[in-house]
Design a protein around this ligand. Structure first.
Ligand SMILES: C[S@@+](CC[C@H](N)C(=O)[O-])C[C@H]1O[C@@H](n2cnc3c(N)ncnc32)[C@H](O)[C@@H]1O
Length: 287
């Protein structure tokens, strides 16, 4: 009789989160999230300077908006592989209609840290907020590095610290007195702010074999459209969403103070709250 292997995979907690509560919230609100995050993903695509016919890896592609946009940019002779650990989010990605004139698209349920991504298959690796959740980031980026051709390029967008992101900080502060006290999160733990320190990011990429690392600040404003649309996302995604994920009955009580914050940022272009991200780029080898 063979002994059963009960060791959980290194990213077990994230796999559970993105296949259960987190994955469900992102799946339900993916249209509004795409509107909110679209411009930040476009900035990371812009610095990649994609060329027709290139093969692209979309890391943590989620519900697939960026995968389709990348496929449009590389055109019909190019291809994009979207990889993610979330089955429900990939199901949404697979159901999206392809854009005219886009390259070939495939989606794969893969853990970027532990699964085989192939060797030298991709010209480019990209991610919109999909690289901050690895238990061992250097291992994951070594795997990404191995999947790139020797002259491959990497670009991703990740968040600067919570304190530099009023769009997440101000709604949470407005309701903190209504929430149970909580310990400050470990800044190195997998999560939205794990790559907030650019020195840490530079060290991880260097150890993984990347060169010519450039980390640029991208300061912008964002929202999901109207106050109601942005409120729906703010109450369910990000630090506030996580804090109340298992208490949906509290949402009506929290909605008032959060709505008051969002109304202060209402413009003719919908809600627009300041946000700060890093646009990180690197090469597979020294140029
Ligand atoms: C914040 S969401 C971003 C999703 C998508 N890139 C977007 O911008 O809409 C983070 C994504 O990373 C994925 N992810 C987290 N850890 C991963 C891993 N080890 N391998 C592959 N995907 C992962 C999650 O399942 C989730 O879809």
């Amino acid at each position: 009789m063979s002994a059963e292997n009960t060791t959980p995979p290194p990213n077990a907690a994230q796999i559970e989160y993105w296949n259960k509560g987190g994955g469900a919230a992102w799946s339900n609100y993916h249209d509004l999230l795409d509107r909110q995050l679209g411009p930040l993903g476009h900035e990371a695509m812009r610095v990649l300077d994609l060329k027709a016919g290139e093969a692209v890896l979309d890391i943590g592609c989620g519900c697939g908006q960026t995968t389709f946009e990348l496929a449009t940019r590389v055109g019909p002779t190019g291809s994009v592989t979207g990889v993610d650990i979330s089955a429900p989010m990939l199901a949404i990605a697979e159901a999206r209609a392809p854009h005219d004139g886009a390259g070939e698209i495939e989606f794969r349920l893969r853990d970027v840290q532990t699964d085989d991504l192939g060797i030298g298959r991709y010209d480019v690796a990209f991610s919109r907020f999909g690289v901050m959740f690895f238990s061992e980031p250097t291992v994951a980026f070594r795997n990404i590095h191995r999947a790139l051709r020797p002259d491959g390029r990497l670009a991703f967008v990740c968040w600067q610290p919570f304190s530099s992101n009023p769009w997440m900080r101000e709604p949470l502060e407005a309701v903190r007195h209504l929430l149970p006290p909580s310990e400050p999160p470990d800044p190195l733990a997998p999560g939205p702010f794990a790559f907030a320190d650019p020195d840490r990011v530079r060290g991880i990429l260097t150890d993984a074999g990347f060169t010519n690392i450039d980390i640029a600040s991208f300061e912008t404003t964002l929202g999901s459209g109207s106050v109601d649309e942005t409120l729906a996302v703010t109450l369910r995604i990000g630090p506030l969403g996580r804090a109340v994920a298992d208490q949906p009955e509290r949402l009506p009580e929290l909605a008032g103070p959060v709505r008051a914050v969002l109304e202060r940022y209402l413009t003719s272009n919908g809600v627009q709250i300041p946000a700060s991200a890093w646009i990180v780029r690197a090469l597979g080898r020294q140029e």
